[in-house]
Design a protein. Structure first.
Length: 254
């Protein structure tokens, strides 16, 4: 069983790349973020033709999340029930006995902005909901663009980024609170090469210079972490023409 997450930064633009990647990497479940499509514009037929069922929730221009699955989905939930929010950032489904949660955590813009406070409040809402989800489902996976680099080794230039959004202490503390629920960072279950990132700015030739951050994560409950045999970042799509600024992360469960 392979689970993957990918912020595609517009599914309308990136649909051919998603279909190509799935053809090359037929994962069981793919969680997408920043689809940026209203539900009536979602490419259901194209994704089903590729062999995937799909659950999604979206809005125009911003946000939007989706779960693509080779297996039947049930108990689909859109957004965090206990957190009132007009932005479409969460979708969850039960697949093969696993609770899959796809999340697009707010960026926060800057630490002195209202959007940063919204991010911290949103993370609190996510945490509290996951407490309940964890009680109901022992096999739980939280996949998505967290917009948080958990540690300095997840940042190309820790000194340059110090105190900024994505790496600030309150954001990292919120990430640790998720780990305190018993969730495991699948990528860090294994020895990994240095300077492995999942996002690179479009500017300053950041990808070519590997000036990136690891902000896309797969967190697994203990029941799933014990089955995880690998977790990798696939940089290939970031090399394609007109790519997303993010690239997929893939976890394999035996």
């Amino acid at each position: 069983m392979k689970l993957a997450t990918w912020n595609v930064n517009s599914l309308k633009v990136r649909l051919p790349q998603v279909l190509q990647w799935l053809a090359d990497n037929p994962v069981d479940v793919l969680c997408l973020q920043e689809t940026k499509l209203t539900d009536d514009k979602f490419p259901v037929a194209e994704i089903e033709a590729a062999g995937y069922q799909v659950a999604f929730t979206g809005q125009k221009t911003y946000n939007g999340v989706a779960i693509l699955s080779k297996h039947p989905m049930s108990e689909v939930v859109k957004n965090i029930p206990s957190f009132e929010d007009q932005q479409q950032r969460v979708i969850a489904a039960t697949i093969g006995g696993m609770r899959i949660v796809c999340a697009y955590i707010p960026n926060g813009q800057s630490i002195d902005s209202d959007k940063y406070q919204y991010k911290l409040q949103w993370l609190n809402g996510l945490h509290d909901w996951l407490v309940e989800q964890g009680k109901a489902y022992d096999k739980l996976a939280l996949l998505g663009d967290y917009n948080i680099a958990p540690e300095d080794r997840d940042v190309h230039d820790p000194a340059g980024w110090q105190g900024q959004v994505l790496v600030s202490d309150p954001e990292r503390a919120a990430f640790r609170r998720l780990l305190d629920l018993g969730l495991k960072d699948a990528f860090r279950l294994f020895e990994q090469p240095d300077k492995m990132f999942s996002w690179w700015d479009y500017r300053q030739m950041a990808f070519r210079r590997n000036m990136g951050l690891r902000i896309d994560h797969i967190l697994l409950s203990p029941a799933l972490a014990s089955r995880c045999s690998s977790c990798v970042i696939d940089k290939t799509p970031r090399k394609w023409e007109q790519p997303s600024d993010h690239t997929p992360v893939v976890a394999t469960l035996d």
